[in-house]
Ligand binder design. Structure first.
Ligand SMILES: [Ca+2]
Ligand SMILES: [Ca+2]
Ligand SMILES: [Ca+2]
Ligand SMILES: [Ca+2]
Length: 475
């Protein structure tokens, strides 16, 4: 069996190579190109910059344009699309690559001239890294793209920023969302993702108007404590519509949470637990990102707490085995369109601020996320939270991944009733999403198929698979 697969891949690659040069080594122009999605119709809209890797855009154009139109017709936003050439080259160390500093300069220009409120970064867009003074915390710095009037320094010149000068406006000025599929088959995953957003916006898929909060034993206080999330969620959904797991003496068990996610299909799923960039642990057992890639159900929005839970630097998704755990919720087969977490060994503590913004201001997710970033990415906050630390050397390191244009209680079809919602939910999973992905994970949550084991032991095959995806139009 193994040899047949390898032989098939090699033969197919050989045939493909006879029909032209391979995709690697292609040069692209590094200038940015501006295209306006639609004309500005309303004045009271948030201006949002959408930056997409031009190579990726060429492979998802149709569905991505549909996404832009669907968002603009449903949310008070005006989206402007910018195609950045050669951002993929960044990962290949091309000398013509966009740098994080280029992206930041561009965002600053957009903020200063057009007053953007946020930016959606699509594909493998470069990011800056940050190192905290305290601990071994190094990782993706989203605040580098959010604090437009501050500045950043790398005092020890090791390639990681380590000193943050707050501008005259202390916190961030814009929000950032990373629509960042696993890089090993990013066009394939982005196209599938854009089918999810379309199904949601047009009402052919509706999530249940419920929330699910699960806390590991070490975080029992986060149901109702000072930074507890249940009260604002109960305000939004009603107390009968917020399910809890792990409260008090109860513990969290991986199989139970898995079943709950598969059976219900929530609007919001909020977790507090220990994690790594590819794993989240429950009191009993845990989820790997490669298992989450296969999850049916889940939640429209997934808010993770644990360390490295949105760390796509350590877990870049260059193979099916190093996909970040937050990314796996969004770009796997679950209903999740957005997930949040942290870049390093921290937790996302102030999630209730997101829910309060959704509850009180009817904010869409990007806007609500900004409400939390505004609070935690300030010198004032650091002085309160860590009185013995220098705020210039301390960042929160939170990341928002996926689609920032989501509402709680969004209804695409006003006539929907609950039975029909469940029917649609079932149809959605047991028809459209029952199609296996090209690199399929097993339905049980262990990676135990001979094919996947074989791939894991032969990582050199991934570039070949990637070429196959490209040639088959899947990437
Ligand atoms: Ca440094
Ligand atoms: Ca600022
Ligand atoms: Ca407990
Ligand atoms: Ca339990």
């Amino acid at each position: 069996m193994k040899m047949k697969i390898v032989s098939f891949c090699i033969i197919l690659l050989f045939i493909i190579s006879l029909h032209g040069s391979l995709a690697y080594g292609k040069k692209t122009i590094t200038t940015s190109e501006k295209t306006t999605a639609t004309e500005v119709i309303l004045n009271q809209t948030d201006k949002i910059a959408v930056i997409i890797d031009a190579d990726l855009y060429s492979q998802v154009t149709c569905k991505f344009n549909r996404y832009l139109e669907e968002v603009e017709s449903r949310f008070p936003v005006t989206l402007t699309l910018y195609k950045f050439d050669n951002t993929q080259g960044y990962n290949m160390q091309s000398c013509e690559s966009k740098t994080p500093e280029d992206i930041r300069n561009f965002l600053q220009q957009e903020y200063n001239t057009n007053g953007i409120k946020g930016a959606l970064l699509v594909g493998q867009i470069p990011f800056a890294t940050w190192e905290q003074e305290v601990g071994e915390n190094i990782g993706v710095s989203t605040i580098f793209y959010e604090d437009m009037d501050g500045s950043f320094e790398d005092k020890d010149m090791d390639g990681h920023y380590d000193y943050h000068n707050f501008g005259s406006n202390e916190g961030p000025e814009i929000w950032i969302c990373w629509m960042r599929p696993p890089s090993f088959a990013q066009a394939f995953y982005l196209n599938k993702f854009l089918d999810k957003t379309h199904a949601y916006y047009t009402g052919s898929f509706i999530s249940n108007k419920k929330a699910f909060v699960a806390c590991h034993e070490d975080y029992d206080n986060n149901f109702y404590g000072p930074i507890g999330v249940v009260p604002p969620l109960e305000d939004i959904y009603g107390s009968n519509n917020v399910d809890k797991d792990g409260e008090g003496a109860d513990i969290t068990v991986d199989s139970e949470i898995w079943n709950q996610l598969e059976n219900v299909g929530y609007d919001i799923y909020d977790t507090w637990q220990h994690a790594s960039s590819t794993y989240q642990t429950w009191d009993s057992g845990g989820f790997t990102s490669s298992s989450v890639m296969t999850l049916a159900g889940g939640s429209l929005m997934t808010f993770l707490y644990g360390c490295h839970s949105a760390d796509f630097w350590e877990a870049p998704g260059t193979t099916p085995f190093n996909v970040n755990i937050a990314v796996s919720y969004v770009f796997g087969s679950s209903i999740s369109q957005a997930a949040t977490g942290t870049s390093w060994s921290y937790g996302t503590e102030y999630k209730y601020l997101i829910y309060e913004a959704m509850r009180d201001n009817d904010s869409y997710l990007g806007e609500a996320w900004f409400n939390m970033e505004l609070y935690v990415e300030t010198a004032t906050f650091v002085e309160q939270r860590y009185p013995d630390r220098d705020p210039h050397t301390e960042c929160a390191g939170n990341n928002l991944i996926g689609n920032p244009f989501l509402y709680v209680n969004y209804t695409a079809d006003d006539n929907a009733d609950n039975d029909r919602i469940q029917d649609r939910y079932d149809d959605y999973f047991y028809s459209e999403w029952s199609d296996p992905l090209i690199v399929t994970m097993p339905k049980n949550r262990e990676i135990n198929t001979p094919f996947l084991n074989f791939l894991q032991n032969h990582p050199g095959l991934f570039p070949i698979l990637q070429l196959l995806f490209q040639r088959l139009g899947l990437q």
